[in-house]
Design a binder for this molecule. Structure first.
Ligand code: FAD
Ligand code: DLZ
Ligand code: SF4
Length: 512
């Protein structure tokens, strides 16, 4: 093989032509390596659709780079075999090409970053790892921001990001006079509302080949491969972004927390998969959303709500991840240890809300934020499932899941496993919340108004029992005070009935 000065390794979630390692390279002298490897598809047994999406997007990105003059060595899964890893593929190409060095942009996951520490010795050459400047806040800048603060709160961080990017700012003041319009964003969606539906792309020949490969290689992995409608090119992802901005963004804010039977996407963008793998640039998406607002095409609560998710939450969770890994992964504030009920894999449960969220996860590898947080996450927390098992489930089943974003959202925000590093209180709720924000309860065999009867909604007794069980850890939290005051008003007979019902539910989660 023709010699190269450097090998530039590009990972499956680095599909951006403006990536730091490509900017630092020279198409005339360097070679790009992109490798499909078994280890990345199986370190958790990813949803089939996620594997197909990432591999097809990688193949299309290789074509994109070749078209602009890069020499690309692309290894398919068939070529790298059943024991291929990124380490073994880099090592193979180094032996074939004898380059002076290997260059890459820092990986998103601690697991790989750690593994790469041994590369200079094992490869016997220089390995240069560049910062991933697709993020607005570097890990160092986040650490500086966090230093000396007693509590890390997203809202404070978010204001810094607004100032730094100038998004929705008028000189020093936030657009409209408020930083956050979340209070306007809690409406229930009417079942007959206009529904935009996400942008869909017919699979091309490359995607069809990948789908066949995934079916053959990973038949036992969770989830459906078809229908497959994700975009797999930059052009397709950009079309999905434009479709969202014109068709769904105007209502994104108002119905952000809503859930509706048979409507998996509502007014959500379904852009996280494209942003996380590099097909869309997060700051560019935010600038386009701001432009739509400034042009009078979308209201402020929608634009602000959307931009906050990206420059606020997305950057904040990444900062927390790199600040606290690897210890973060094993944190378990409540000492929860139960196994994940098998209905998380089958969707076979009589609880209509969980059935809906898990069925659509199986079909689309997608659920929106409130379904992840207040349905599947809420139930797991109330039922005392081991946070590590919950984390593995979320990392496996969602097309946008990479550990840097999934772990803090799951272990921190959803399971409160970090004891409040990320969230100021546990996100727990009874059936009343799900009833208020959705129409799931209307067709459920359980009664959301009842707490302790045989047919009572399981969320109800589990919720009050959770508060009672973890009183010592939670009652001094000022944001929990109201809940404990309500619990304390229950008659002792009611408290006993809640305890008995919760014990019965927890001993029979498989039958719920
Ligand atoms: P929209 O609702 O349209 O939001 C717009 C964009 O904001 C998203 O595309 C995403 O880029 C960003 N965003 C929104 N909320 C968050 C958040 N909390 N953290 C980071 N970015 C956010 N998001 C992931 O990208 N990958 C994950 O693996 C992931 N795991 C999660 C696990 C749990 C338990 C919870 C509660 C949330 C998780 N999220 C994750 C955050 C959020 O649920 C998804 O980003 C969102 O549902 C993706 O769908 P969307 O593109 O339609 O988002
Ligand atoms: C998710 C994924 C999958 C399924 N396959 C590959 C692959 O074959 N090759 C690759 O370079 N990347 C893949 N990825 C994405 C990586 O898992 C991701 O880059 C790391 O987890 C770092 O975030
Ligand atoms: Fe979910 Fe309870 Fe409503 Fe059934 S009644 S859909 S279990 S919240």
């Amino acid at each position: 093989m023709q010699a190269a000065r450097q090998i530039i390794l590009i990972l499956g979630d680095q599909l951006s032509p403006a990536l730091a390692s490509l900017r630092a390279g020279d198409p005339l002298r360097d070679v790009v390596l992109i490798a499909e490897v078994q280890e990345e598809a199986t370190y958790v047994r990813h949803h089939k659709k996620k594997i197909a999406f990432v591999l097809s997007a990688m193949r299309h990105f290789a074509e994109e780079l070749t078209a602009i003059g890069w020499r690309v060595v692309y290894r398919t899964l068939s070529e790298t075999g059943r024991s291929g890893s990124l380490t073994s593929e880099v090592s193979r190409l180094v032996r074939e090409m004898h380059p002076q060095g290997v260059v890459l942009t820092e990986p998103g996951e601690w697991r790989l970053r750690h593994e790469m520490q041994s590369w200079p010795d094992s490869l016997g050459l220089a390995v240069t790892i560049l910062k991933d400047d697709r993020f607005i806040c570097s890990t160092e800048a986040f650490a500086r921001w966090a230093r000396g603060r007693k509590q890390l709160r997203m809202e404070h961080f978010y204001r810094e990001m607004r100032r730094r990017t100038g998004l929705l700012m008028n000189a020093e003041a936030p657009e409209g006079g408020r930083w956050n319009y979340d209070q306007d964003n809690r409406r229930r969606a009417p079942p007959n509302a206009h529904m935009p539906r996400p942008y869909r792309v017919e699979p091309d020949a490359i995607t069809e080949q990948v789908i066949a490969l995934v079916e053959e290689r990973f038949p036992d992995h969770f989830g459906d491969l078809k229908p497959f409608w994700f975009a797999v090119t930059r052009q397709g992802a950009e079309a999905a972004r434009e479709h969202f901005v014109s068709c769904a963004l105007p209502w994104f804010g108002t119905f952000q927390d809503a859930m509706l039977e048979g409507e998996p996407f509502l007014y959500h963008s379904v852009l996280s998969l494209y942003i996380n793998c590099g097909l869309l640039d997060p700051l560019d998406v935010c600038r386009r959303v701001e432009a739509a607002y400034r042009a009078g095409r979308v209201p402020l609560n929608a634009a602000e709500g959307f931009i906050r998710q990206i420059i606020g939450w997305r950057e904040f969770v990444r900062g927390i991840y790199w600040l606290h890994m690897p210890a973060y992964r094993s944190r378990n504030f409540f000492g929860h240890a139960r196994a994940l009920p098998s209905f998380y894999w089958t969707a076979e449960t009589r609880m209509a809300c969980l059935r809906a969220a898990i069925s659509q996860t199986k079909e689309h590898a997608y659920a929106h934020h409130i379904q992840r947080l207040m349905v599947t996450g809420n139930f797991a927390l109330l039922a005392g499932i081991a946070p590590e098992a919950v984390h593995e489930w979320y990392l496996t089943v969602y097309v946008d899941a990479y550990e840097w974003v999934e772990l803090p959202n799951t272990l921190g925000m959803s399971q409160f496993g970090d004891g409040g590093l990320l969230a100021s209180k546990p996100y727990v709720a009874s059936g009343a919340y799900i009833k208020r924000m959705s129409n799931y309860c209307e067709k459920c065999c359980y009664d959301p108004r009842s707490r302790t009867d045989d047919g009572a909604c399981p969320f109800n007794a589990l919720y009050w029992d959770f508060l009672a069980r973890h009183r010592a850890k939670l009652e001094r939290n000022p944001r929990m005070a109201q809940m404990y005051r309500t619990l304390d008003r229950f008659a002792s007979s009611e408290k006993a009935a809640i305890g008995a019902r919760a014990t019965e539910l927890l001993s029979s989660t498989e039958r719920l």
